[in-house]
Design a binder for this molecule. Sequence first.
Ligand SMILES: *Cc1c(COP(=O)(O)O)cnc(C)c1O
Length: 411
Amino acid sequence: MTGFAPLTPPPRLLMGPGPINCYPRVLSAMSTQLVGQYDPVMTGYMNETMALYRTLFNTENQQTMLIDGTSRAGIEAVLVSAIEPGDKVLVPIFGRFGHLLAEIAERADAEVHTIEVPWGEVFKPEQIEAAIKNVQPKLLAIVQGDTSTTMFQPLEDIGAICEANDVLFYCDATASVGGNPLEVDKWKLDAVSVGLQKCLGGPSGSAPITMSQKFVDVVRTRHHVEAGIRDAHHESARGPKIRSNYFDLGMIMDYWGDERLNHHTEAATMLYCARECAILHLEEGQQNVIARHKVAGDAMLAGVQALGLTPFGDLANKMSNVVGVVIPDGVHGEQVREDLLLRFNIEIGTSFGPLKGKIWRIGTMGYNARQDAVLHTLQSLETVLRKQGMSLPAGAGVDAALAVYSGAMNV
Ligand SMILES: *Cc1c(COP(=O)(O)O)cnc(C)c1O
């Protein structure tokens, strides 16, 4: 007897901006027994995971793999491996995660230039083109979907601008991947990093990334093999060493590549999990998963509007998988979240920065992009708001969501 109870968390329905409840098959994958990291079975799983994420990212990039750590591990790996001290990096910021990219680039000693639009808006390609011409950066780092504002930045025209100006094009697509389109090759992205805990329906702790040949060539100019594992045929480093050992993408590529040069011990349980997330995604079909997120998001949006609540931001550029809801005057936002959590076992998100205390964020992602999850959330929200003294049209949220679902066949 230790006095510590076995793990029995309450059966919450996680309807915030991430993390979300995992797909049941992902939970099973994570309780699968380990094999050694150089066991041919394990290296086979690693190769399968690379192939699965190539398909998921819509890319031919050979260098597609997992970084062990949460999504920001993927961000750090890309930025610290691409940036040499003094390099210029341009970060267009439209929410909290743009600030994070700028912060990480600063720590990598880049000369960081930012442009901003108000939270709730996104950039036009011309704004980004003008800034690129002005700054002439080595790398453009931008977020695709920023959960802090729910906005979705269109990327399809930016790749050509980067290519014409010889700028590397990196995107953090953590919040949007899976639930919204992401065409790595067609959109000429040079590096993309994501996480599992949003639309891919897994836990946080693994960061799939992909790199174009152009990006790989930049990283390879600083190729370095650790002294303890170096053989005669390994060339010594040319450029200055990448400043992180753990996030050195050159060494991580050597580990995932044919040579299997020892680096970290692959987080096998997270690899099982990331592999299962991708299999589930591709089995259901990319377009079907995107459509399922779209209808769930549309239903949630219609529901909150029918309750007389105001959605946040420019709806023409909203991610389909999360909606911001303006907290009505006179309503205690945190009390509503607490009542939803403790009485209904439903978690919705708060917000930060300029939106702190102003909006809730309600997600419909991965396993939870489901009709029943949308309906339960809307009905519970209505009940909780009524308890706060608001008068609301009874059942209107659920009715509006049901109408969206009956208009959308087979999703
Ligand atoms: C949620 C989110 C992350 C999460 O990063 P973690 O390190 O996994 O917590 C990163 N980027 C964006 C754009 C996100 O929305």
